[in-house]
Design a protein around this ligand. Structure first.
Ligand code: HEM
Length: 484
């Protein structure tokens, strides 16, 4: 009998401990002991969080396994936390698995001096090699030319555009970062692409998700094998970056900074030090991983939306023909004169939120927001999908409707409630590059080709088929192109 009492007391204490939260902690669904809300989440957790935010408010709390998280669900709250309280909200949580892959880069580096100096350098480098001098635009257009030549060879036959887009987007980054582009069948380039594709698969794998919430799994098979495989997948990228670093070091001239790698050598005064080489590798790996699947998947969603909305495609082509002509080279400055095409690209960003829950943050020191107390160490999700589907801003958000971004005079209205790149101190570093690639690649394809569904496809593409890993990617689909 005594044993039963003790057991009941232990269970009662366990439940009290589990469900006890600090005073004024944001409200949220209770969840189950040990598992929290994990059993209630679908493959699209942003949707459950969005539904809960209607009940509990724009700052809600959830237990994900053993960890306490808060979910930010409304535009104003996101700005108030990530931007106005940037000091408290700028860190990423320490995720052991990701830090085993790249600990000294940018994306998953929790915070601190290494992240700060890499971030400052990266933002400045993309700006100087990208924006102001027009180098980025030139390099994207150069790639678009190779890319359209490849497409021409596929004219009239059903094909999947996925690999070509991954090649093109990675090559743009190689060109900006290392001053060179590769032929798509180059062995080194193919090895880079294979590693990147393997890493995207790893990022979307359920074992990766499990290790995020239960870190000690990293040491237990089959999870430890997954860690080992991931480290092996990344090695060819490390080797390639080491070779490029050696090449750059031997031809480096401080008076002629040719690309981001040269800029890195200049900013960090690199020496023979092993530790420094790991920093360089981690920085460029992070940029590749953050910049490839994101930009390529946005283009794939964009092409799918345009292909399935024939009226949108025709209206884009009319505007392109009027402003750029059939054979002119698209430019970023055309955006000012092409409101409809701007609206289409903006709507793609809204309609298919690529990073639905952005990347996680972690509260760096105790903070109170809107009367809620959020203690240091609490993890944070930003529900960008909710902002993009919030019916207080959008009428029928479930529809793809570029016109919603045009005013009554047909002018493009750049709504701040479209925020695919996040906000605050860790806002996407590649936003400028991603916007330029989305514009120049999409416009070039629609200018040159009519894209359509294969009428004989037994499995026609659909806008509702995609999978959620680190980013939301469309399922593979066939398309047919015809030169215009
Ligand atoms: C359409 C394409 C892209 C989308 C939708 C996207 C979205 C995002 C989002 C939501 C974040 C997290 C922001 C936050 O925590 O608030 C992020 C971070 C980041 N992105 Fe992007 N991104 C894209 C393309 C790129 C490109 C092309 C690059 C670079 C080549 C890049 C580099 C990064 C880096 C380095 C970070 C981490 C920044 C940090 O932690 O300080 N992204 N991105």
């Amino acid at each position: 009998m005594l044993l039963l009492y003790i057991l009941c007391a232990v269970i009662a204490f366990g439940l009290y401990w589990w469900y006890k939260k600090p005073d004024k902690f944001p409200p949220g669904p209770k969840g189950l002991p040990l598992l929290g809300v994990l059993p209630y989440l679908s493959a699209f957790p942003e949707r459950e969080f969005s539904a809960w935010s209607k009940k509990y408010g724009p700052i809600l709390s959830v237990s994900m396994g053993w960890q306490d998280w808060i979910v930010l669900s409304d535009y104003d709250v996101i700005i108030e936390t990530l931007v106005k309280h940037s000091d408290e909200f700028h860190e990423r949580p320490y995720v052991r698995f990701f830090c085993m892959l790249t600990s000294n880069g940018v994306v998953f580096t929790p915070g601190g001096q290494k992240w700060r100096s890499h971030r400052r350098f990266g933002v400045g480098a993309i700006r100087s090699f990208g924006g102001s001098k027009g180098v980025m635009e030139k390099k994207i257009n150069e790639e678009a030319l190779h890319f359209t030549q490849q497409l021409q060879e596929l004219e009239g036959k059903p094909f999947q555009i996925q690999d070509i887009l991954t090649n093109a987007v990675s090559n743009v980054f190689c060109n900006i970062a290392f001053g060179r582009r590769y032929d798509y069948d180059d062995a080194k380039f193919q090895s880079l692409i294979e590693s990147l594709v393997a890493l995207f698969k790893i990022a979307g794998n359920w074992k990766t998700n499990a290790m995020m919430f239960v870190p000690f799994l990293c040491d237990i098979p089959p999870f430890s094998w997954h860690v080992q495989k991931s480290m092996e997948s990344i090695q060819p990228i490390r080797d390639m970056i080491t070779d490029l670093y050696e090449e750059h070091k031997s031809t480096y001239d401080p008076k002629d900074i040719r690309d981001i790698m040269d800029g890195y050598l200049q900013s960090f005064q690199c020496d023979e030090n092993e530790f420094m080489l790991k920093d360089i590798q981690d920085f460029f790996i992070d940029m590749f991983v953050a910049g490839t699947d994101t930009a390529a998947s946005t283009l794939r969603w964009g092409l799918l939306c345009i292909m399935l909305h024939v009226g949108v495609q025709e209206r884009m082509q009319e505007e392109i023909d009027n402003i750029i002509g059939r054979y002119g080279t698209p430019s970023l400055s055309d955006r000012e004169k092409m409101p409809y095409c701007c609206a289409v690209v903006h709507e793609v960003f809204r309609f298919k939120t690529l990073a639905a829950l952005s990347l996680p943050r972690c509260v760096h020191k105790d903070v109170t927001v809107r009367g809620y107390f959020i203690p240091k160490g609490t993890r944070v999700m930003t529900n960008l999908w909710h902002v993009h589907n919030d019916d207080t801003y959008w009428t029928k958000p479930e529809l793809f409707a570029p016109e919603r971004h045009l005013n009554e005079n047909g002018k493009f209205t750049n709504s701040r409630h479209v925020m695919p790149f996040g906000a605050g101190a860790r806002v996407c570093m590649g936003e400028q590059l991603a916007r330029a690639e989305s514009w120049l690649f999409l416009i070039t394809i629609i200018q040159r080709f009519r894209i359509s569904v294969d009428p004989d496809d037994p499995d026609p593409p659909s806008l509702s088929r995609g999978s959620n890993g680190l980013v939301y990617i469309p399922d593979a689909y066939n398309m047919i192109i015809h030169s215009r």
